[in-house]
Design a protein around this ligand. Structure first.
Ligand code: MF3
Ligand code: CO
Length: 257
């Protein structure tokens, strides 16, 4: 069942979203060779506590961290660790969510560590643009397949592949609500978007094939072929004015991350 949110609820979700955005921007500013993924986790926890929110991932189905930090061929759900350091040339995906007064917001981005190869730059750019293409389709009357197919087409046009095993999701008073939001689909198909629906759109894009597997830690998803992977996500509300990105300031302009 898809639950639509009132304007007052969307305002609450935006307040949660601004904490997610602020934490991710703070984490982004820390990234340099030698940083451990545990330090990112601590940064997010401190920022969230200062803003009287709760990290949404911690304890979710037993997840041990507050952020997911996934490096290079890690797709999503990398567990923060004091022994895991990023190095010059790596790409680092940072995924974070909070609960504030009963409402959730969720966002992610992939950033370069120092100077990265042109191939990695392209993967980051195309994945971010695929999210932007999907967000552009968020308006009342469109169908979910319009969003999903816009993401998929942009990715495949650049010869990358979309991960199938993990999908975006509705979000609100729970982190995961209906509907599922795949990053592949057919235009004109799927549920119709209505004012007040909120979707976490989160393309996970592999430079090689689409296959992924989960490591023995039970969480870390990696590409089957060892190729690089990137992940960008925003929590977006359907409004009569078009998409409202709840996980960034309202007056933000330019690229979505
Ligand atoms: N953005 C991810 C999601 O929507 C984060 C979940 S990590 C988990 O599922 F640990 F909380 F599962
Ligand atoms: Co999500």
């Amino acid at each position: 069942m898809v639950v639509c949110k009132s304007p007052a609820e969307l305002d609450k979700m935006h307040r949660a979203g601004l904490i997610v955005w602020g934490a991710l921007e703070k984490m982004r500013a820390m990234v340099r060779p030698g940083l451990t993924t545990k330090e990112l986790d601590e940064c997010a926890e401190a920022y969230t506590a200062e803003h009287h929110a709760r990290p949404a991932f911690k304890g979710y189905r037993g997840y041990p961290g507050s952020v997911c930090a996934s490096i290079n061929s890690e797709v999503v759900h990398g567990i923060p660790s004091p022994s895991r350091r990023v190095r010059e040339g790596d790409i680092l995906s940072m995924d974070f969510g909070v609960e504030l007064e009963g409402y959730f917001a969720d966002a992610a981005l992939t950033v370069p560590v120092g100077k990265i190869s042109p191939a990695r730059q392209k993967l980051l750019r195309v994945t971010r643009e695929s999210l932007e293409r999907g967000i552009e389709k968020i308006r009342p009357g469109n169908r979910l397949g319009d969003v999903s197919s816009a993401v998929q087409e942009w990715v495949e046009k650049h010869s990358f592949s979309v991960v199938r095993e993990f999908v975006g999701h509705g979000i609100g008073t729970k982190m995961h609500e209906d509907p599922q939001v795949p990053n592949y689909g057919v235009p004109g198909q799927g549920p119709r978007l209505q004012e007040g629906m909120v979707l976490a759109i989160e393309p996970m894009v592999n430079a090689g094939g689409p296959g992924v597997r989960v490591l023995d830690d039970g969480w870390t998803a990696v590409t089957e072929d060892g190729s690089d992977s990137a992940h960008f996500e925003h929590t977006v509300a359907v409004t009569s004015d078009g998409p409202w990105i709840l996980t960034r300031p309202r007056d933000a302009v330019g690229p979505c991350w």
